[in-house]
Design a protein around this ligand. Structure first.
Ligand code: AMP
Length: 403
């Protein structure tokens, strides 16, 4: 009987899953369930070339897991639940406690629950997902894979904010960094490509969320996201780093509550804040129609990427083995890759290979490749990220070690 492993990514009203066959890493099925807790919950499950959709009110995450299980069994994607040998969860915040993935027991679940203050937008849904899986598959081991874990190697001078040190000691206010699973995947891939482990990299993960990580000797050395994913780069709907005084100023001027202002910074800022659209394809379309706000949003967005690249280039003292572009926007958009490279070309001695840049595929056909010329001092690669395969690898590894 083949062994199957589930990768689960829960939001407050959503559940995404991928079912893998291991150790082959073959994706057997993928699906998502949305609007959990609303009257119009719906889901999509795909396997082979089939796509199944359904809709009915799902009260909570347990209902969502039951729908997932029904679809897997009714469509003969699995014969029975005994085929599922492990479940890996994407968990936002591991604080300073977790520098690696871990089997979820009562202590781990309690730690994740206590760290809800660090991940208030993400942890409630993720905890609901763990509990729902436990209810429906009580005998299957579950693993937590933290978005912060990979960045625990950062030196203190890169994670300490220049605020009263007591805030770090008492409340653990520090830079944690996120997208760690993606940055680790890319680091491993680049170690393979470059044929050495002690790689120095600048990894630009730019999708709807965006972060840049500086990898020194194969380890995370600095990263743009902070205590929460709001810090750093301008994103689809997040502001990125701003003057913190803006928050009190807007509370005082607008009469909005602190919670409202924080929500605006998370959900209505970034590209959306400037031009009204957060999906990069929409921003590009507006720009191509001559929309001035969209052009401004694009410039601000791109400048924030360039400034972070510059910072990390200097942190690595110019000794960069490669720079990598990954995630939705940089894997797919030819123009922004060209504009970034053109803007750093003189300072970093890089030059674009236009043809290669244009030949990196879109969507399903996306593939990886070098987009700079032979003369370029720093090679720049496009590498599609795969956070889910990292989650299933850790889940498989930890469960095999336990049994
Ligand atoms: P991610 O969060 O990594 O899934 O990336 C989502 C972002 O990637 C959204 O802003 C999308 O608009 C953008 N994106 C996805 N496909 C494309 C594409 N073909 N061209 C430009 N942007 C894309």
């Amino acid at each position: 009987m083949s062994e199957k492993y589930l990768v689960i990514n829960c939001g407050s009203s959503s559940l995404k899953f991928s079912l893998y066959e291991m150790p082959t890493e073959r994706v057997v099925s993928k699906g998502y369930i949305e609007k959990i807790g609303y009257d119009d919950s719906f889901w999509t499950v795909s396997y082979n070339d089939e796509k199944i959709t359904g809709a009915k009110r799902l009260e909570n995450h347990t209902d969502a897991v039951l729908v997932m299980i029904d679809e897997l069994i009714n469509n003969k994607i699995i014969k029975n639940l005994n085929e599922i040998k492990g479940i890996g969860h994407r968990i936002l915040h591991g604080g300073e406690i977790y520098s690696d993935s871990v089997i979820i027991d009562d202590k781990v679940l309690n730690d994740i629950t206590l760290m809800t203050n660090l991940g208030p937008l993400h942890h409630p849904g993720e905890i609901a997902g763990i509990k729902a899986m436990k209810e429906c598959l009580p005998d299957v081991l579950q693993v937590a894979v933290f978005d912060t874990a990979f960045h625990q190697t950062m030196p203190d001078f890169n994670y300490i904010y220049a605020i009263p040190y007591e805030w770090y000691q008492k409340y653990k206010v520090r830079r944690y960094g996120f997208h760690g699973t993606s940055h680790k995947y890319i680091t491993n891939k680049m170690q393979e490509i470059l044929g050495k482990t002690d790689v120095n990299l600048i990894i630009c993960h730019v999708g709807s969320g965006a972060s840049i990580t500086c990898i020194k000797n194969g380890l995370s050395y600095d990263t743009s996201m902070g205590l929460t994913p709001l810090d750093g780069l301008v994103m689809g709907t997040r502001s990125g780093a701003i003057d913190p005084s803006i928050i009190k100023f807007v509370v005082d001027e607008s009469g909005l509550s602190l919670e409202n202002v924080m929500e605006e910074l998370n959900k209505n800022s970034g590209l959306k804040g400037i031009c009204g659209k957060n999906d990069f394809r929409d921003v590009s379309a507006l720009m191509n129609n001559g929309d001035e706000q969209a052009k401004l949003a694009y410039k601000v967005f791109m400048d924030s990427i360039i400034k972070h690249i510059a910072e990390y280039y200097f942190e690595l003292n110019g000794r960069v083995d490669a720079m990598v572009f990954t995630a939705g926007i940089l894997e797919n958009n030819v123009q922004i890759r060209k504009d970034i490279i053109d803007n750093i070309a003189g300072a970093m001695n890089v030059s674009l290979d236009n043809q290669n840049n244009e030949n990196i595929g879109y969507g399903k056909d996306k593939k990886m490749g070098l987009i700079t010329s032979k003369e370029s001092k720093v090679p720049v690669y496009v590498v599609p990220t795969d956070e889910e395969v990292m989650i299933v690898r850790d889940t498989f590894r930890l469960i095999k070690e336990t049994l």
